[in-house]
Design a protein around this ligand. Structure first.
Ligand SMILES: Cc1cc2nc3c(=O)[nH]c(=O)nc-3n(C[C@H](O)[C@H](O)[C@H](O)COP(=O)(O)OP(=O)(O)OC[C@H]3O[C@@H](n4cnc5c(N)ncnc54)[C@H](O)[C@@H]3O)c2cc1C
Length: 343
């Protein structure tokens, strides 16, 4: 058993997602640092097209499980393809992006090969010839750097930790790997895809800015009245112009379940924090949110942090933000939107 394998699911048109191209960079640098050959394993109906796009990566070989059966996200066929690719390659290190598909099937594949798996990997480094992985524990409060002697070692790589690979396409030689699916591996069928309209989609993982709204947007303002309608217009106006991703505090999304008037385009999926998400963006702007620790712990991977709050003693001012504007967020966002040309 030797070498490193990177497994990817090309889209049916042969293109590769950003997170897939990020793992190409991770595989290249890791294999180089370990001084071991590496190969790529693909599955789906457009494997030749994807292989041609990856021709300049420096991978020693490209293996493919080809067929439309492998386009759809389904445990049985995804696991069968990944298992065949891993067996054929004989790799001791197997990498894959932490997509929903790989997160679902790869632990089972590791089990079939008698291997071990680690998930949510945020970094790989080689020290004295030993591969070490990084991941966060306890809601990103503690980071561990660890290694394993057991092989094969499967690692699911989180998005946003490497520059997506880009290079010229070429003509790639592909080694076919045969997988025959039994009828019971096709029992699950994908009947269609339902996705919200793009303007209704407020969670944008690739956005440069995370805009966080807190419960203050729904509270009584200086005139003694709440202004939830205007809050919604200001927030949507900013999101549309800046193409920012929308985050929320827990208090704001909880208001809905408490029957209070709130922002109808928010759900618990937007919640950032200890019991919410930990998004990754270069910049973040917190508005009308107090900046309490259970919320701010979700900002671990936000680069530059700014906050707008009426309260000069809010949590953000206690060393949790780079810049705090002690100001009325309604007024600030009205002006920001006017500068951006939004309503
Ligand atoms: C176990 C546990 C887990 C939790 N998990 C999470 C979590 O995952 N995520 C999370 O967010 N919270 C979480 N919380 C709750 C967290 O502690 C806070 O209660 C919550 O984040 C407060 O939300 P908020 O800041 O929006 O609301 P508030 O505390 O009500 O703050 C509103 C802020 O708006 C400001 N404001 C009002 N009007 C304006 C204006 N016009 N301009 C500018 N500022 C204005 C006010 O000054 C105030 O600071 C958790 C709590 C516990 C106990």
């Amino acid at each position: 058993m030797s070498g490193l394998l990177l497994i990817l699911h090309p889209l049916p048109d042969g293109s590769l997602s950003k997170s897939a191209r990020e793992t190409v960079t991770v595989a290249q640098t890791t294999a180089q640092a370990l001084g071991m050959p590496w190969c790529i394993g693909l599955s789906g109906s457009a494997t030749q097209k994807a292989a041609d796009a990856l021709a300049g990566t420096g991978a020693a070989s490209i293996l493919a499980v080809a067929g439309a059966d492998f386009d759809v996200p389904r445990y049985a066929s995804d696991a069968a393809a990944a298992e065949a690719l891993a067996r054929q390659s004989g790799a001791e290190i197997v990498l894959a992006p932490a997509s929903a598909r790989f997160s679902r099937c790869l632990a089972g594949v590791a089990q079939r090969l008698g291997g071990r798996i680690d998930t949510h990997i945020t970094g790989l480094e080689v020290n004295g010839g030993t591969l070490r992985a990084r991941r966060w524990y306890y809601r990103q409060r503690m980071e561990a750097v660890f290694s394993r002697a057991h092989r094969p070692w499967f690692l699911l790589i989180d998005g946003g930790i490497a520059t997506p690979w880009q290079g010229p396409a070429g003509q790639a030689a592909v080694t076919a790997v045969a997988v025959t699916l039994a009828d019971d591996s096709r029992r699950t069928t994908v009947v269609g895809l339902q996705a919200p309209a793009s303007d209704a989609q407020t969670i944008r993982p690739d956005a440069n800015v995370l805009f966080v709204a807190g419960a203050g947007w729904t509270k009584k303002q200086a005139d003694g009245q709440p202004h939830v309608g205007e809050a919604a217009t200001l927030i949507r106006g900013f999101l549309g112009k800046a193409q920012a991703s929308l985050g929320s505090s827990k208090s704001l999304v909880d208001l809905k379940t408490e029957g209070q008037q709130t922002l109808d385009f928010m759900s618990h999926l937007n919640q950032v924090g200890q019991t919410g998400s930990t998004p990754r963006h270069p910049k973040g702007l917190s508005t009308c949110c107090h900046g309490e620790e259970p919320h701010v712990v979700g900002w671990r991977f936000i680069g530059e942090r700014r906050a707008i709050n009426l309260d000069p003693n809010c949590g953000w001012a206690q060393g949790k933000a780079d810049v705090v504007y002690v100001a009325d967020a309604f007024e600030v966002m009205r002006n920001v939107n006017a500068m951006l040309g939004a309503s």
